[in-house]
Design a protein around this ligand. Structure first.
Ligand SMILES: NC(=O)c1ccc[n+]([C@@H]2O[C@H](COP(=O)([O-])OP(=O)(O)OC[C@H]3O[C@@H](n4cnc5c(N)ncnc54)[C@H](O)[C@@H]3O)[C@@H](O)[C@H]2O)c1
Ligand SMILES: [Zn+2]
Length: 396
């Protein structure tokens, strides 16, 4: 297997074995103690995940759910570590990609678990990107009225976003994430080394959410991105990577803790760039990658913030464009959509927002940037201003 790994991965694996790395432990606290859980982050953690489960008091047996791509790179290490810690492991592999995140796949998983003898005392491990984690989480929430879940995210997006907050779910033909459950993991294990095998497009996708996290709640992280945009275009050295992950995760943890069950509204700020972004995704028939849509969406949100007079730092718009460009993400939506063969007008984009679930009481709600680290929800934005922001950020 090692022979097939990219060179970067082999080097990083070597580095992880050679150096003694400390563990970073964060906590995500929900009102119910049984929902609260630690987040462990350490290079090389995959090789120690079995021991981490034991330390968390988890017993077996284990069902390890992953997709075939992730399993080919990282599955054996997780399995080995679990077996070394004395856990019997039932491995279940799924095809990669969003089309796997369905009720049919969930049903097939329930049956595999039942046939594999996984009972109420079983532990379901999701090893993969957001697709695997959402699906595995949903199955863990519902199988036998709920069994223990351990999440091991392997994409940047899953580490900083999908794995945090307890939301699980599957898609319906009628829309994404329409069926779901709140089911936080008992343990969230993050090994940054696994990102060394991530395709560049997936790295960029995740970086869009990191930029979002910085703008929402970490001015220092924003400064780092702004000062060295090119440094983050690909996976950096391990130390800055760990710092980046810890900071972006901390932003989401803080916001989720303020609004644990998404009932109070604080969690809405996590949708920065997403009201526009979802509209771009919709007009494209979901052909554009989510991270790219969020990047173009954040530009439109920044333009709207400036137009409404909320932006306290006028240079932020240009800085954001430089950061996103440095990361290889789109900033001007018309030219970007044209690359996917999509010709849309600002009016088309606004029409596509009409069905957004963030529209409440007939008015669209936008997350607007006041300054790096400070964003607010605004529900009184006239369509005229939205149209102007879209025209301003259309590009050629
Ligand atoms: N629950 C939440 O709060 C939440 C939040 C944001 C997104 N999501 C969901 O997350 C999903 C998107 O997640 P994603 O972007 O991680 O996509 P993904 O899970 O489809 O992973 C992207 C691709 O990368 C591959 N991959 C994963 N890890 C790899 C690695 N280390 N090396 C090589 N290849 C690897 C996968 O096989 C897949 O092909 C969507 O379904 C979205 O709805 C959920
Ligand atoms: Zn997103």
């Amino acid at each position: 297997m090692a022979l097939h790994l990219p060179r970067a991965c082999i080097l990083l694996e070597w580095a992880s074995r050679a150096c003694h790395k400390t563990m970073i432990t964060l906590h995500l606290r929900f009102p119910k103690p049984e929902h609260s859980h630690p987040i462990l982050l350490a290079p090389g953690l995959l090789d120690r995940c079995g021991a981490a489960l034991r330390e968390a008091g988890l017993e077996g047996p284990i069902a390890l759910v992953s997709d075939t791509t992730v399993a080919a790179y990282h599955g054996a290490r997780v399995r080995r570590s679990m077996e070394e810690a004395g856990f019997p492991v039932l491995e279940i592999l799924l095809p990669p990609g969003e089309k796997t995140k369905t009720l049919d796949t969930a049903a097939a998983l329930y049956r595999r678990l039942a046939r594999g003898g996984i009972g109420r005392d079983g532990v379901l491990i999701g090893l993969g990107g957001g697709v695997v984690l959402d699906l595995a989480g949903f199955v863990a929430a519902t199988y036998m009225r709920g069994i223990a879940l351990v999440s091991i995210p392997t994409t940047l997006l899953a580490m900083v976003d999908a794995a945090i907050g307890g939301k699980t779910g599957v898609d319906l033909p009628e829309g994404k994430n329409l069926v779901g459950a709140f089911h936080p993991p008992r343990l969230l294990l993050i090994d940054p080394m696994v990102l060394s095998t991530l395709p560049p497009a997936e790295w960029r996708n995740g970086m869009a959410e990191v930029v979002k996290a910085a703008l929402i709640g970490d001015a220092a992280l924003w400064q780092q991105l702004r000062d060295h945009p090119a440094r983050w275009a690909a996976m950096p050295e391990i130390e800055p990577l760990v710092d980046l992950l810890t900071r972006a995760i901390a932003v989401k943890v803080r916001i989720v803790e303020q609004d644990p069950l998404e009932t109070r509204g604080e969690r809405e700020v996590l949708n920065l760039g997403h009201t526009f972004g979802h509209a771009f995704e919709r007009v494209s028939g979901y052909r554009v990658p989510h991270g790219e849509a969020v990047a173009a969406g954040m530009m439109a949100a920044a333009a709207l913030s400036a137009r409404r007079g909320f932006l306290e730092e006028p240079r932020l718009f240009q800085d954001l464009e430089d950061v996103l460009r440095g990361l290889g993400l789109p900033t001007r939506w018309r030219a970007w959509l044209a690359r996917y063969g999509i010709d849309a007008s600002p009016e088309d984009i606004i029409a596509a927002m009409g069905t957004d679930k963030k529209r409440r009481g007939g008015r669209l709600r936008f997350i607007l940037i006041h300054r790096p680290g400070v964003v607010r929800v605004h529900s009184d934005v006239p369509d005229e201003a939205v149209l102007q922001a879209l025209e301003e950020t259309a590009g050629l």
